[in-house]
Design a protein around this ligand. Structure first.
Ligand SMILES: [Zn+2]
Ligand SMILES: [Zn+2]
Length: 241
């Protein structure tokens, strides 16, 4: 268990306990700009993407609200919640990996910052692969700059690299909200995810469960997300690369 060091005074201690890091720790080398993500200069605004206790609670409430209303015994899906504070403004986003489930009726059930939760904008759609290329406009960073994510690793196609995970919807959704706004201080960006597999689901992998250190029910990111997240977090200007 470790505490984040990027917190500003005033945020509660309880919220600083980090359970999971999505997309690896801050001392890794960034795949886009090739600087260490915790380097002072050039500085990544978000050197690592962590969760928090309050977000773990929020995603749990969202899951409970969804399961109380619907029949999802055969479904498998990932839920995610993200909070960010940039230039003093706060953002709260929630997303579901499944296109079949509309979570908007349940967002009001999240008690943490009740009433503030929104879905990512539809224009922040996750790019898919078509004919060996990314669809649409391709990928964007959380600063809404274009970024290319490789389709292959070591000459091999990366399996499920275009999976429409909740994490991707959240980070693209944040980029969409921050675009065009010159970035000042990023106080934090945090995310928690939860993987739900219905008891009668026969198709889903169960591997994304229980790698957290302080609670077993929040999910760590899948492999495609761990590859993609560092690209989306990179906001180093191109003249530094
Ligand atoms: Zn994923
Ligand atoms: Zn970078």
């Amino acid at each position: 268990m470790a505490n984040t060091t990027s917190e500003k005074p005033g945020s509660s201690k309880r919220n600083e306990v980090v359970n999971l890091r999505h997309g690896g720790k801050k001392d890794l080398t960034c795949p886009r700009c090739h600087y260490r993500r915790d380097k002072e200069k050039p500085r990544h605004s978000v050197p690592e993407l962590v969760d928090s206790e309050k977000l773990r609670g929020a995603v749990g409430e969202l899951r409970d609200a969804i399961l109380a209303k619907g029949k999802f015994e055969e479904e498998a899906f990932m839920l995610g919640v993200l909070e960010a504070k940039v230039r003093g403004r706060e953002y709260y986003l929630a997303a579901c990996s499944s296109g079949r489930i509309d979570i908007s009726p349940y967002l009001g059930q999240i008690s943490y910052h009740k009433g503030s939760w929104k879905l990512p904008a539809t224009e922040a759609a996750v790019p898919r692969i078509d004919d060996g290329r990314w669809t649409g406009d391709g990928w964007r960073t959380i600063k809404w700059e274009k970024v290319d994510i490789p389709l292959q690793e070591g000459g091999q196609a990366i399996p499920h690299i275009d999976q429409t995970c909740a994490a991707m919807k959240l980070l693209l959704g944040l980029g969409c909200l921050l675009r065009g706004d010159a970035w000042g201080a990023v106080e934090y960006v945090r995310m928690s995810e939860m993987y739900y597999v219905g008891p009668r689901n026969t198709t889903a992998s169960r591997q994304w469960h229980g790698e957290g250190e302080t609670c077993s029910w929040t999910a760590h990111s899948c492999r495609p997300c761990n590859i993609r997240i560092p690209y989306l977090l990179c906001d180093i200007a191109s003249n530094w690369m």
